[in-house]
Design a protein. Structure first.
Length: 399
């Protein structure tokens, strides 16, 4: 009963934290002026850009249904790494190859990874004229901050950054455009990252990730480097694990050498060789013992810095390889597994917390920390500790 009461109380707080405006939109815009001015935004500019501003009614829906977190990882990847996107992406890469190569020479970032980000973010620029996907950034960010989702402080920083971009005279004629979350331009760079990392790579006097692909590629390359991207390294390797492997070795909190895993029987798929046995990696098992497994490098975590969702990072990583000419993953996903809905994931996190295995946020996003907690519970109960939250495992934990 105490556990049930805790879940109910949390859900009340969770709902409020995710989308709980504490005033009308107009009142919020007016009150936020003081904070913006305190951050160096001119009062006259603030009033100019907010005159007649209305909330975006789709924002509340969008923030509650991010596909990166709400769908099985294979479903997300299947929809973003398609034969058609690969074909279009290879053609787009060849058409703009000189720009990609110049950016690679300048920053050392894999040009195919930049192309993959371009593809996943804006379908190689194709959606930039579609108002359903490409929205006025100020309207989006004001709507997000007003809704007070679970990252208010971060959203406020992005909003102030967007206002500063406009104040600096760096917004294109059509205004800042991007995703519902405020990401800008061809490769969807966040406003805070724009201020720090955007570059005028084509040397036309303007840092423009909207209309200049060169600027967009270079800006995102610099952003990745700031996220500790390692030039010359791969993002990771699909691997096979031997029978009886200790899945408690999975998880990104500890990097180990490739040789550490090789000595325990971990091999690359299809008999491929590891290039460097001293390379630092971690084992990632996103869909349990019956799905693909990976040894991941720091460059995979750099992708997660670009967008925190593992579904996103792995989609970009896989599309990177497909654009280079590689084939599909060797091991298929456990597509018949019953994926937990959001409420079940919340319940599972709460139960693992009650049992002493979990101490992080209860948010329904069953990421690496939640998976590690589940692995520890599985190991403590004599199960294969692969951390994959199926309905069967859910029912066992919830008993």
């Amino acid at each position: 009963m105490r556990g049930l009461i805790a879940v109910v109380c949390f859900l009340l707080m969770f709902g409020a934290g995710m989308a709980a405006p504490n005033q009308s939109f107009d009142a919020f815009v007016k009150s936020f002026e003081q904070k913006a001015v305190a951050e160096g935004i001119k009062k006259s500019l603030y009033r100019q850009v907010t005159s007649g501003l209305t909330p975006d009614p789709s924002i509340k829906v969008a923030q509650g249904s991010q596909p990166e977190f709400e769908r099985p990882i294979w479903d997300y990847i299947d929809k973003r790494v398609t034969a058609q996107r690969i074909k279009i992406g290879r053609a787009a890469f060849q058409k703009n190859k000189s720009a990609f190569m110049r950016v690679q020479q300048a920053y050392g970032v894999d040009p195919y990874m930049l192309a993959a980000i371009w593809g996943v973010e804006t379908d190689f620029g194709a959606i930039m004229d579609n108002p359903r996907y490409f929205k006025p950034v100020l309207r989006s960010l004001f709507s997000l901050v007003h809704q007070r989702r679970g990252r208010v402080a971060a959203d406020e920083k992005e909003l102030i950054a967007a206002l500063r971009i406009i104040q600096n005279g760096e917004a294109p004629k059509g205004g800042l455009k991007g995703s519902w979350a405020g990401a800008l331009g061809q490769l969807q760079i966040m406003p805070t990252a724009f201020l720090t990392h955007a570059t005028d790579f084509d040397r036309d006097g303007i840092r423009d990730p909207h209309n200049s692909l060169e600027d967009a590629l270079a800006s995102s390359a610099k952003w990745l480097l700031s996220l500790d991207y390692q030039p010359g390294a791969d993002w990771g390797y699909e691997v096979e694990l031997p029978n009886g492997f200790d899945y408690l070795l999975a998880g990104r909190t500890t990097f180990r050498t490739v040789s550490f895993f090789a000595q325990r029987g971990v091999k690359r798929v299809k008999g491929r060789e590891f290039k460097d046995l001293s390379e630092q990696v971690f084992l990632y098992v996103p869909a349990g013992s019956n799905g693909p497994k990976f040894l991941m490098t720091q460059n995979y975590l750099a992708l997660k810095g670009y967008n925190f969702a593992d579904s996103y990072a792995l989609a970009v990583a896989h599309l990177t390889d497909r654009l280079k000419g590689a084939g599909p993953l060797i091991n298929d996903w456990p597509r018949n597994a019953k994926f937990l809905n959001r409420q079940q994931r919340i319940n599972l996190q709460q139960r693992l917390m009650d049992l002493g295995f979990y101490s992080d946020k209860i948010d329904g996003r069953f990421g690496p920390i939640s998976q590690e907690a589940l692995r520890k519970w599985q190991a403590a109960n004599g199960m294969k500790a692969d951390g994959f939250p199926t309905v069967q495992i859910y029912n066992s934990v919830m008993r």
